[in-house]
Design a protein around this ligand. Structure first.
Ligand code: MN
Length: 348
């Protein structure tokens, strides 16, 4: 099995501490001085990446700046997120300038996650990376990172406060999309999380409608897809340092007519298995190419396991890509999980 990510990224794990006031002031100064801003989400953008980019983009657009939002691939935004782009800020990757004036990468845990737009980090006049992934190796020149933030959307909200830009409903919807999905509907929450949500709701977000579009709407065929995919799940009680591993595969033939939303929903069902600390879903993204999602409940650092395999993410939610036979990918995964750090039960 070989990893698609640069080996140099592996093993370089740097803890992002709490964002300091200086970080916000410096990031705000960069944005205030810019009149042309390119905001990038990671490839296959999720609600936090694209919501953060669009939320900040709408705010800056409202200040009269030229703003574009993009991501390396695929060509179009996920259907469930497209309605957040009320100002038409999203442009295809091919329309991102070769040398952007100010580039802001959002929710992007490492350079590889920018995909074909990763080269813009080197060619931009100035670059700012805003992220909450614990594995972020601090690529780019300026950083606004906070590994304790529930979502990158929260960092953007605090940045808007620093800029003195008030929330409107359109901005709040974008940030709510990131917050509600990255916290898995506020399962992961501290008091401040709900305080942030309260501000977004006060700005006009209709929680039930937004959440239904984002998380609870699938085509009928999804039910049959789940029956197949979940039916081939396997439990390995001795794997993952004896804490248990449950895994399944989503094959190319399973997902005909399905969106990424349907494919990405699988891991949230597999992870509910009581007998396994770790859940893994191997998604076939090409001939012999796999995108693997990892989730842990609370005891094993699957972020470290993913990083060892060339990917990255959070301690309890991470991923990597690999090429080769599924059985070989699984074998490498078992090895990585058996050497992944145990987490202090009080840590989460
Ligand atoms: Mn995120």
């Amino acid at each position: 099995m070989t990893s698609r990510y640069a080996a140099a990224e592996a093993g370089r794990r740097t803890e992002w501490g709490d964002c300091c006031a200086d970080g916000f002031a410096a990031a705000a100064a960069l944005l205030r001085a810019a009149d042309d801003v390119t905001l990038l989400a990671h490839v296959n953008p999720d609600a936090d990446a694209l919501g953060s980019a669009l939320g900040l983009g709408l705010a800056l657009h409202g200040c009269g700046k030229t703003v574009r939002v993009s991501f390396g691939e695929p060509l179009h935004a996920p259907e469930s997120l497209a309605a957040l782009d009320v100002a038409g800020l999203i442009v295809p990757a091919s329309q991102v300038p070769r040398a952007p004036r100010l580039l802001v990468a959002l929710d992007t845990g490492n350079l590889a996650r920018l995909g074909p737009l990763g080269d813009r980090v080197a060619t931009a006049d100035a670059g700012l990376v805003s992220d909450h992934h614990v594995s972020n190796p601090r690529f780019g020149k300026h950083h606004l990172g906070d590994a304790k933030a529930e979502a990158t959307a929260v960092i953007v909200l605090r940045l808007l406060d620093e800029l003195g830009i008030p929330l409107d409903t359109d901005i709040a919807r974008c940030l709510y999309a990131g917050l509600v999905t990255d916290t898995r509907c506020f399962r992961i929450a501290r008091p401040a999380t709900h305080a942030y949500a309260a501000r977004l709701l006060s700005a006009g977000v209709r929680a039930e409608i937004e959440t239904r579009t984002l998380m609870d709407t699938h085509p009928f065929g999804w039910l049959g897809m789940l029956a197949d995919v979940l039916g081939r799940a396997e439990l390995e009680p001795q794997a993952a340092r004896g804490l248990g591993l449950v895994h399944t595969r989503v094959l190319g033939s399973d997902v005909h007519g399905m969106r990424t939303e349907e494919v990405e929903s699988v891991v949230d069902l597999v992870r509910t298995s009581a007998e396994a600390e770790v859940a893994a879903v191997l998604k076939e993204v090409g001939q012999g190419e796999w995108s693997v999602s990892l989730r842990a409940k609370q005891r094993l650092d699957v972020g470290a396991a993913a990083t060892a395999l060339g990917g990255g993410g959070h301690r309890l939610a991470s991923g990597f890509t690999a090429t080769g036979r599924a059985d070989d990918v699984l074998a490498a995964l078992r090895t990585a999980l058996d050497t992944a750090p145990l987490l202090d039960p009080g840590q989460y």
